[in-house]
Design a protein around this ligand. Sequence first.
Ligand SMILES: CC(C)(COP(=O)(O)OP(=O)(O)OC[C@H]1O[C@@H](n2cnc3c(N)ncnc32)[C@H](O)[C@@H]1OP(=O)(O)O)[C@@H](O)C(=O)NCCC(=O)NCCS
Length: 155
Amino acid sequence: MSAADQKDPDWLIRPLSFSDLPAILAIENMSYSTPWRESTFLSLMRRGDTDIIGLTVTGWLVGYAISWTVGDQAELGNLAVTPLERGKGIGARLINASLERVRERGASVCFLEVRVSNNGARLLYERLGFQSIGRRRDYYAKPREDAIVMRCDLI
Ligand SMILES: CC(C)(COP(=O)(O)OP(=O)(O)OC[C@H]1O[C@@H](n2cnc3c(N)ncnc32)[C@H](O)[C@@H]1OP(=O)(O)O)[C@@H](O)C(=O)NCCC(=O)NCCS
């Protein structure tokens, strides 16, 4: 059984809300060179088309995923797992749960962008059904880098 198949009874996936912001920001700041600001998370939490889900281990937030759905298209906009808990299948669980939610909202396809150099994340997305479909030049800063655009068909 691969790590991504683990079904730990202490793991719980739930929607996140304003009270989770400090824990989200702590993970965000440890995960990205250009972390999203609190105001970005706040405005996403107020939108009706966005799902912000987190995975807790014995009550502690260890990772989250953010997606939004417009019509039949969804975007997986953010995914992060706290460094000490990586490699245990938590990222995979969060992606699968996000895909379930956007499918329930009526999405037939989900897109995402990922740094060209982020081989770990790219492998993970590919394993879960995403395919590379394009490249956005200089999409990221710190360091400046292209994004690979990936797509996952949901039906
Ligand atoms: C990407 C990220 C969310 C993955 O979370 P995770 O909980 O470690 O993911 P999983 O344990 O489910 O990953 C399993 C698979 O992903 C791949 N993978 C994930 N991180 C990897 C890494 N650093 N190096 C190599 N492979 C990696 C492997 O294929 C791994 O397979 P394995 O379990 O058979 O070894 C996490 O590394 C992270 O938060 N990174 C920083 C933020 C980031 O890059 N987010 C994605 C932006 S698009």
